[in-house]
Design a protein around this ligand. Structure first.
Ligand code: XUL
Ligand code: CO
Length: 437
């Protein structure tokens, strides 16, 4: 099954921070124990099939540049099987334990529904053989409900009931494939579940259809005995002008409104947070506070580009903020860090796949260690606790317990006089955080 297309690339070794070898890890040491468990178990890295194997690196102004000598560009099943071989060779050399895919990344869409389904089943069998041979696992699967022209008006939110049925067929099959591969989760990202104009959109009807669709997925999941997590992946826009899953708070509200909350976790992506006008840390905390942080699409945007550039996560401070939330919630269970990231168009050589993933993995290894330092140091958490300590007083406790009303508080406020406030010390705290990096 091996093509050995990456002949010039060794299995990437850990050489430590003094190494100058670009094809070595300086910080990611899979089995080194940090905060009580090996790095690989904390980080649960996954490679995204769509970017690693299928992204030609085009942009709105130019065609793809990626060199993929193993790919003949055809929609043949042989080509699809060969790509899977190359992908698992890549996973083995880079040392990534998990992967994620859309149905249409791994297998072609053919001229009939039956042929397309058969193609997917054949490729999934092949992926399964690779999983067994390598011990690597599926972090999550998903269905591509946004690329084919039939989804121009959306999939579960299409004005066409026939399109809704096509989307249902695709999700049914993708869920079964994910189950068959022992996937730890399944993602819904609503790329076209939204609108470009409210003049032609019945927003409430579309939201109700989306909820019904998700309920069907829950029912199907239960009927086949799939016990992986279901995730919603928030994103505010692009390609739609507005997506119904626009950010973590909107998703939580949607799930609550339609009685879906107990069935779904969130898969939070850094660049989507940026597009929503939030920090990644904000999105993660919103999800974690609701006990709904399931998994992460680890990437980053560009400060000067207002679109989803899906760059590899190389920002140590931001990655440390991510790992702080992950450690504080006790780590991933079904989720992990999926590199939903693509190389720049200028980085077109196959070896750049390695440089990109090494960079992202080393960033998160350092982030894990830095977050552990922050937590063990304890100054930030004790400052936070201290900042709210007045709420531990008798008065604070009575307010929190709902034992006191406006009139009684007015009397207390009049009696106590002007409150004495303490500084928020933001810059001091930022310094403490930076010390840990
Ligand atoms: C698109 C995006 C998707 C999802 C899976 O911005 O992030 O690739 O992660 O459909
Ligand atoms: Co994503």
């Amino acid at each position: 099954m091996s093509n050995d297309v990456f002949q010039d690339v060794p299995v990437i070794p850990f050489e430590g921070p003094d190494s100058r070898n670009p094809l070595a890890f300086k910080h990611y040491e899979a089995d080194a124990v940090v905060a009580g468990k090996p790095m690989r178990e904390h980080l649960r890295f996954a490679a995204a099939y769509w970017h690693t194997m299928r992204n030609p690196l085009g942009d709105p102004f130019g065609v793809g540049t990626a060199k993929m000598p193993w790919d003949d560009g055809s929609d043949s099943i042989d080509n699809a099987l060969r790509r899977a071989d190359v992908f698992f060779e890549f996973l083995g050399k880079i040392g990534i334990d998990y992967y994620c895919f859309h149905d249409r990344d791994v297998a072609p869409e053919l001229s009939t529904q039956g042929a397309t389904s058969d193609a997917l089943d054949r490729v999934v069998n092949h992926l399964q053989e690779h999983q067994v041979a390598s011990g690597r696992r599926l972090l999550w699967g998903t269905a591509c409900l946004f690329a084919h022209p039939r989804y121009v008006h959306g999939a579960a939110t299409s004005c066409s009931v026939d399109v809704f049925a096509c989307a249902a067929a695709q999700v049914r099959h993708a869920l079964d494939c994910t189950h068959r591969l022992g996937g730890a989760g399944y993602v819904f990202w609503g790329g076209r579940e939204g609108y470009t104009s409210l003049l032609n959109t019945d927003m409430q009807r579309e939201r109700e259809h989306l909820a019904r669709f998700l309920h069907m997925a829950v029912e199907h999941k239960q009927s086949i005995g799939f016990d992986g997590a279901l995730y919603i992946e928030p994103k505010p826009m692009e390609p739609a002008t507005h997506q119904y899953d626009s950010d973590a708070a909107a998703c939580l509200n949607f799930l609550r409104e339609f009685d879906l909350l107990e069935h779904f976790m969130l898969n939070i992506e850094t660049n989507h947070a940026t597009l929503a006008g939030h920090g990644m840390e904000h999105e993660l905390k919103v999800a974690a506070n609701a006990d709904r942080l399931g998994s992460i699409d680890a990437n980053m945007g560009h400060p000067q580009l207002g679109w989803d550039t899906d760059q590899f996560p190389m920002d140590l401070a931001d990655a440390t903020r991510v790992m702080l939330v992950v450690l504080e919630m006790g780590g991933f269970t079904t989720g992990g860090l999926n590199f939903d990231a693509k190389r720049r168009r200028e980085s077109f050589d196959p070896v750049d796949l390695f440089h990109a993933h090494i960079g992202g993995m080393d960033t998160f290894a350092r982030a894990l260690k830095s977050a552990d330092v922050v937590l063990r140091d304890g100054r930030l958490s004790s400052f936070l606790k201290q900042r709210y300590s007045e709420w531990d007083s008798d008065l604070g406790q009575r307010i929190e317990a709902g034992e006191i009303g406006l009139v009684e508080l007015e009397a207390i406020a009049n009696q106590r006089g002007e409150p004495v406030l303490r500084s928020g010390r933001q810059e001091m705290l930022e310094g403490i955080f930076n010390d840990a990096l």
